[in-house]
Write a protein that binds this ligand. Sequence first.
Ligand SMILES: [Zn+2]
Length: 482
Amino acid sequence: MMQLYNSATRKKEEFKTHTPGHVEMYTCGPTVYHFAHIGNLRSYIMEDVLEKTLRYTGYDVNRVMNITDVGHLTSDADEGEDKMLKGAKRENKSVMDIAKFYTDAFFSDCEKLNIKTPDVVQPATGLIDDFIHMVEGLIAKDFAYFAGGNVYFDTSKLDRYYVFNDHNEEDLAVGVREGVEEDTNKRNKNDFVLWFTKSKFEDQALKWDSPWGVGYPGWHIECSGISLKYNGEYLDLHCGGIDNAFPHHTNEIAQTESFVGHEWCKQWFHVHHLNTTGGKMSKSKGEFLTVSLLEEKGYDPLVYRMFCLQSHYRKGLVFSWENLDNAVGTFNKLIGRIANLKPGDDVDQAVFDELKAKFVAALENDLNTAQAMTAVYDVLKAKTTDATKLAVLADYDYVLSLDLLAKAEAKRQENAKAAAAKTGGGYTIVGEGDPAIDALVMQRYEAKKAKNFAEADRIRDELKAQGIEIIDVAGGAQWKKI
Ligand SMILES: [Zn+2]
């Protein structure tokens, strides 16, 4: 049984779902005003591992994610400029163009990191009517009020507002933060905006008609609205970065439970920060670390995925180029060892089951991916056939998604190619690792040596017909596919 830490109860608990065997899962998606940095992507990697673990252990999963393309201000607590508008100004593009560009960039990064696309991906701008309906419902139930042009959620109506943060309210109150002007329309310091018609930034690009005037939704309402539409009223698992816990997730709980009138989501999964040696990673501080930057520097994005898997999601992880270089070494060695295994059919089912159980036990222990990676080495060390080991590793890789077998196969071919650069009577053939072609090239050499030029030409033509080009070089020949 899956044991998972629940941020709402601050305990490791047995994972339970509203409908047995089925998981309704929601993930807070990106605000598409800039590239995701690899710290953001750590969360998506770990959420991907969680989703795949649930599927791997037999659950049927419906995973929903939003794309924030409106309403997210530069502070998570309703203050500052709209992030989308800021991105559009920066790049001199329209908000819609910015949204499209960075949504595509996000999914391209995900693909490179082998992160599966959720079953439902919903941009916030596509569901405005649902958010309006929800805000109307909250006003009707007296959980929300209209003041100074905006609709606010009234946090004083709740018995317990600080689900994720039972600290001193004064520390958390928006109004007392340095440099943030207090919104005098708010009845309580932590009330938050459900619908804006008045903002300090009048040039908001995207606006819609509403019962309260032309405006746009607050950020928090979008996740509640999208989840209610696609996950239903009972959500089993809500995920996000630890940054989202307060105020974003706290506000989601407040408005959703007030709207539906019962408990909404029991299980909350939060991934901790990726830090640099200089502190918490952010877009404004230090080098802007993106997947593209990793690639430019010659790193395989999957090495970063493995780097994340090597540590626990509830611990801060320190990124440095040196740490990533260590991961490269580990990854290459691992692939090299798998490449040395000989494929075959003699899979020992009993050993397979035993090794699989070890892997599942690691993942079911609060998603202990570091332990799951150790299980990979246990497979390599196991006293069983190579075919069994390869079958187990292929099975593990459904969750790990490191392309272990494909990379090992590429490595095997590379090894074969190197081995094919062998000498025959002082004649060296360098090819692409196909012994049949090597043999033909060698026959051509033998024919030429015997002055049988007709036969040598015939072999050259035969190879050409197969799309192979031979280049004669000093002391041998090179061939390549053209
Ligand atoms: Zn959210």
